[in-house]
Design a protein. Structure first.
Length: 184
């Protein structure tokens, strides 16, 4: 039996977001479709990688086009000797096990207030927890996020371990996309 190489090697342009949120010093790269197709899922996926030979671990975001994009911090750009507009060399490989996701504080509070929801949450897989958090944090409005937290606790308390009807890739709902790139 032959082992399939899941390492993706490609070159891409470092882009600046047209409308950065928060810290405006980050950049991003959109993965080519063939690189994304080697990943185990269309939703958020954690990878080990190098950019211009500098190692990093990051979670790729879905772009709504059945591919992914990578946020590159200012620190990682500097360590890789790269700047906005540069073509960088990337090697990516999916991690063997997804790391436990950070649970947002507002969702932590809601889980703490619902012991049954918390019990089911603790019995779900890491990937399922990642999807729950992605569903909650992808809300564009504060009131939508609050409703999703309430709904998540209700669904979990009723024994549901997965978010139903949630398109993790954004392809069918167009809920996710890579940032628009600024002109430069």
């Amino acid at each position: 039996m032959t082992q399939v190489d899941v390492t993706s090697r490609f070159k891409a342009k470092l882009l600046r977001p047209a409308k950065p949120s928060g810290d405006a010093t980050w950049a991003f790269v959109v993965l080519p479709r063939d690189a994304s197709e080697k990943l185990p899922r269309r939703g958020r996926t954690t990878v080990d990688g190098t950019i211009n030979g500098h190692h990093f671990q990051a979670t790729l975001e879905p772009d709504g086009q059945l591919s992914h994009w990578l946020q590159v911090s200012r620190e990682l750009c500097e360590a890789a000797g790269a700047g906005i507009g540069d073509i960088v060399s990337l090697d990516l490989i999916p991690v063997e096990m997804e790391p436990e996701p950070d649970v947002p504080p507002d969702f932590q509070e809601a889980l703490a207030a619902s012991p049954e929801a918390c019990r089911v949450w603790n019995d779900t897989t890491t990937i399922a927890r990642l999807d729950w958090i992605h569903w909650i944090t992808s809300a564009k409005q504060i009131k939508t996020r609050a409703k999703r937290i309430d709904d998540a606790c209700d669904m979990l308390a009723s024994g549901k371990k997965r978010v139903c009807c949630f398109d993790q890739s954004g392809y069918y709902s167009k809920a996710f996309c890579a940032p628009d790139a600024a002109d430069f």
